[in-house]
Design a protein around this ligand. Structure first.
Ligand SMILES: Nc1ncnc2c1ncn2[C@@H]1O[C@H](COP(=O)(O)OP(=O)(O)O)[C@@H](O)[C@H]1O
Ligand SMILES: [Mg+2]
Length: 254
């Protein structure tokens, strides 16, 4: 069964006289890691919010598996398979890691009960079994009974990602997932992202760590002033003259 592709078509978001996102087309295909880079103020966060449903566009559409989800709020989108993690991990700090993951499973299962849209239907299984499999496949079994609030940042990011995966997403939206991680944790994290993509999930990644984005992504969209100025494989986007001039001028492209 193939997973759904996330697409943005002609997205526009204005704040007063400022066009933060200016006619952006993008797609995040299944099994690929799609990166967003650009200097501060380029419109990355606004675009991300349009994809998650936190913000509504003034023009354009967001499609998941060809279905128009432009007007759906974030919780509806996540139950359809578009799941996000947050810059500040949003785990329930007084609950154990296992119970946090169970919430992830249940988030997705509610829409099976409601029988919505039939996108990404998975075989039934005991929720606990799904969680135990996830913990073991991410090497987190020994943390299962630890309270989330006691975890260091590196483990928190992994558990947040694990919880998102328990919801069995078609597309995972990651906002600054590597912030607060040291070099070794970032390396482990990027290996995890690759495994997730190899399982068929599409990933959209926004991160200040330019090297991470260019290293781990299959394709990159570079934004400047609300517009996509370059799109393609990491090497060609990095070599793009506009990206180069912005990079040299501002010292950062993430
Ligand atoms: N809620 C808002 N109200 C007014 N202007 C905003 C708001 N959010 C973002 N902007 C403006 O939109 C532009 C793009 O911002 P943002 O999407 O945060 O860029 P990035 O994440 O690439 O740094 C910036 O000029 C920013 O000041
Ligand atoms: Mg931002």
């Amino acid at each position: 069964m193939s997973r759904a592709e996330l697409r943005a078509v002609g997205l526009v978001r204005r704040y007063g006289g400022l066009t933060a996102v200016d006619h952006v087309d993008m797609s995040a295909p299944p099994g690929m890691i799609t990166g967003l880079v650009g200097p501060n103020g380029a419109g990355k966060s606004t675009l991300f919010s349009l994809l998650t449903g936190v913000e509504q566009p003034d023009e354009g559409s967001v499609l998941l598996g060809g279905r128009d989800i432009t007007r759906l709020p974030p919780d509806r989108r996540s139950r359809l398979g578009l799941v996000q993690t947050f810059q500040v991990p949003s785990l329930f700090t007084s609950m154990t890691v296992r119970d946090n993951l169970l919430v992830g499973v249940e988030n997705r299962r509610r829409d099976y009960a409601a029988g919505l849209f039939g996108i990404g239907v998975r075989p039934n299984g005991r929720h606990e079994a799904i969680v135990d499999d996830m913990l073991s496949s991410l090497g987190l079994t020994e943390l299962a009974d630890v309270t989330a609030g006691q975890l260091p940042t590196g483990a928190l990011r992994l558990v947040e990602c694990a919880r998102a995966l328990c919801a069995q997403p078609d597309v995972l939206l990651l906002d600054e997932p590597a912030s607060g991680l040291d070099a070794e944790e970032t390396e482990r994290f990027s290996q995890l992202l690759r495994r997730i993509a190899d399982s068929g999930v599409g990933i959209v990644l926004v991160d200040h760590d330019v090297d991470l984005v260019f290293t781990v992504c299959d394709q990159v969209y570079a934004m400047v002033g609300g517009r996509v100025v370059a799109h393609g494989d990491p090497a060609s986007v990095r070599a793009d003259p506009t990206v180069q001039s912005v990079y040299l001028a501002k010292g950062s492209v993430a």
